[in-house]
Design a binder for this molecule. Structure first.
Ligand code: GDP
Ligand code: GDP
Length: 434
């Protein structure tokens, strides 16, 4: 199950500074690997060997410089629902404000583990000033200075202890598919079409949040878990809330799953927010299937699926090698097919390619088109293997890994996709010194 740390607090207490500090060390790696632009409010972190996600919930709330009390409430409530651990940030130089009290009230009523973070403790004098935060009734404050980094280690030691305990939940060892997408694309209808008649053969498993229900599907030789995020719509009535909610819900579902079925509305096409969700899955290295739903509403010509597919792939670049399927949840057309494709992607994602086979296929390609020489230096790739990671990662061993360009790595990725079954699966390629 996902490990999520949410940062909450009123504006200007230092949430995004803390967010950057926690996610910084990994940011360079992630960017270099995937060429993906980083979300400013969502990122991965690691401490004492434990990986977790960090969300700056403040960043998703509109107009956060001049925030309304209602916005803060929303932010905090959602953090309570979605996160395992909450960092409640306060500014020691200002003490407790009315907005801080509002946040504290909601957090006290929630059942999540909260760490009171007394930020901007930049000097010795300020160390004694956080005492008043005890009165919030949320436990001992942790003194930190997000700017210098002091105190963050002690805080994280305690945070990962809580996460680690949460993480040991029992898990079902079957493929997990998350049905994600913006409100109204047809997620509920899709799930109903799939489960409709077979209601008697599905088991409801309590979800980790109130609205998301995980359903195990065992019929016609299939056995998988569906993670349903359809609850998004029911909670949000105002337009600008939608992105915030669907992003938060999607994050959790994406982290919990093996493959996402990203539903889009055929009449609208692939829009910016769909791409955000796609990139989230890519960053998390989850399998992806694009499901173009409401296909019954689109007027068909001979080439319409081909053209439609091509338009989508252009927007997904550079990760274009993703299955795209056209469904109608209303007429039930290809709904089961969509999950069968998700099963294939799942298999692609856990496969181990034999070292011998990998080298037999890839070494001739590399010899035929080696990396371009830089300053007279020739890179020689001698050996390739797959690393024992949870999503496909390949190491290319060579004499001068630092001379291999991003473009060449992209070339290798494309060749690998042609040669092996990697559709829908984000992969990583590392150059290593032999
Ligand atoms: P947010 O609105 O809660 O995300 O706050 P920001 O992270 O944008 O920080 C607000 C301001 O406080 C910025 O000017 C930061 O540079 C400053 N700030 C953040 N952390 C510290 C700190 O530890 N010490 C000091 N002195 N300033 C800080
Ligand atoms: P959700 O918010 O993603 O769960 O979307 P819903 O399943 O509630 O569907 C939103 C609306 O789209 C409803 O009115 C559905 O009847 C309609 N809808 C869903 N799937 C399809 C489809 O494949 N074809 C058509 N024509 N309408 C659909």
């Amino acid at each position: 199950m996902a490990n999520i740390v949410a940062i909450v607090g009123r504006p200007n207490v230092g949430k995004s500074t803390i967010f950057n500090r926690l996610t910084e060390s990994r940011k360079a790696i992630v960017d270099a690997e995937s060429g993906v632009t980083r979300d400013r409010h969502y990122g991965k972190s690691e401490w004492n060997g434990l990986e977790f996600s960090v969300i700056d919930t403040g960043g998703y709330v509109k107009g956060s410089d001049d925030i309304f009390e209602g916005e803060i409430r929303k932010q905090v409530k959602l953090a309570i629902e979605e996160a395992n651990v909450i960092l409640f940030v306060l500014d020691v130089s200002e003490g407790i404000t009315e907005d801080d009290k509002v946040v504290a009230d909601i957090l006290r009523r929630g059942k999540k583990k909260v760490f009171v973070v007394s930020n901007k403790v930049d000097n010795f004098v300020r160390q004694g000033m956080s005492g008043e935060f005890y009165s919030l009734g949320l436990g001992e404050p942790y003194n930190i200075s997000a700017i210098s980094g002091s105190g963050t280690g002690e805080l994280l030691d305690e945070v990962v202890k809580v996460l680690d305990a949460d993480f040991k939940e029992v898990e079902l060892n079957i493929p997990k598919f998350a049905i994600v997408g913006r409100p109204n694309v047809g997620k509920s209808s899709f799930i109903n079409a799939l489960l409709g008649k077979e209601r008697n053969i599905v088991t409801d498993i309590a979800g980790t949040t109130r609205d998301s229900i995980n359903t195990r599907y065992t019929a016609f030789g299939h056995d998988f878990l569906l993670i349903d995020t359809a609850g998004i719509r029911k909670k949000s009535k105002v337009e600008e809330d939608l992105e915030f909610y669907s992003v938060m819900r999607s994050i959790r579902a994406i982290e919990d799953c093996d493959v996402i079925l990203l539903l889009i509305d055929a009449t609208l096409g692939l829009e910016a927010q769909d791409i955000n969700i796609f990139r989230l899955a890519e960053t998390n290295r989850k399998g992806i299937v694009i499901v173009v739903n409401k296909w019954d509403l689109v007027e068909k010509t001979t080439n319409s699926t081909k053209e439609y597919e091509e338009k989508i792939r252009e927007k997904l670049a550079p990760f274009r090698d993703v299955p795209i399927i056209f469904t109608s949840a209303i007429t039930k057309q290809r709904v089961l097919k969509a999950v069968e494709i998700a099963e294939e992607v799942c298999a692609n994602r856990v496969q181990t390619i034999k070292t011998r086979h990998l080298n037999d296929v890839m070494l001739p390609i590399v010899e035929n088109q080696p990396p371009a020489a830089i300053k007279g230096k020739h890179v020689k790739i001698k050996f390739i293997n797959q690393l024992p990671t949870h999503a496909p990662t390949f190491a290319f061993y060579c004499n001068l890994p630092q001379y291999v360009t991003e473009a060449y790595i992209r070339f290798l990725e494309n060749r690998m996709r042609e040669q092996f079954n990697l559709a829908g699966v984000p992969i990583q390629i590392f150059m290593r010194k032999k």
